[in-house]
Design a protein around this ligand. Structure first.
Ligand code: SME
Length: 160
């Protein structure tokens, strides 16, 4: 595996994802350790896509616990059903939040966060971990992000 990330210069979101996905695949396919892979995926998404905050929460008994991330420090534990992450865990589906102030119960780890997308990854039919991506701009995520981040979650799931 190359340990250098090619950072796409295109301003087009789809092109950036198309450049990054094969690189992320290369990163995770050679490495069986989950934390090592999550750490590299967080970095690849942060620097490849220019996200404000990107990180993972891992399901540990009745709560989510902060895992590898890139960006400002964040809250460490989230209960099932709480905030965007806990709701995505409870529902077992991605959640796109165009304006965090309009999401009842949103947990503000950073006051700079304005919009957010959260996706679960499954192991044996259960949510095993959550990807959370935050933006400091309103309405910064759309169906393109959902589609390509689902591919990233598929790559992570294939190594769980
Ligand atoms: N906003 C999230 C909490 C995690 S931080 O954004 C990193 C939530 O409402 O679940």
């Amino acid at each position: 595996m190359s340990e250098e990330l090619f950072i796409p210069t295109s301003s087009d979101k789809t092109e950036k994802y198309r450049s990054l996905i094969p690189q992320i695949e290369g990163l995770v396919m050679d490495e069986p350790d989950l934390i090592a892979n999550l750490a590299n995926v967080a970095s690849a998404l942060k620097y490849g896509m220019g996200f404000f905050w990107v990180g993972f929460y891992l399901v540990k008994s009745d709560e989510l616990v902060l895992g590898p991330f890139q960006g400002p420090i964040a809250c460490t534990r989230i209960k099932k059903g709480k905030g965007v992450c806990g709701t995505a865990w409870e529902k077992g589906e991605p959640i796109l939040v165009p304006d965090v102030e309009q999401f009842p119960g949103h947990i503000a780890c950073s006051s700079d966060s304005r919009s957010e997308i959260v996706l679960p990854a499954f192991k044996d039919g259960q949510v095993h971990l959550i990807l959370d991506v935050d933006s400091d701009k309103l309405n910064d995520f759309d169906e393109t992000d959902r589609q390509y981040l689902l591919k990233v979650m598929g790559l992570i799931e294939s190594r769980l």
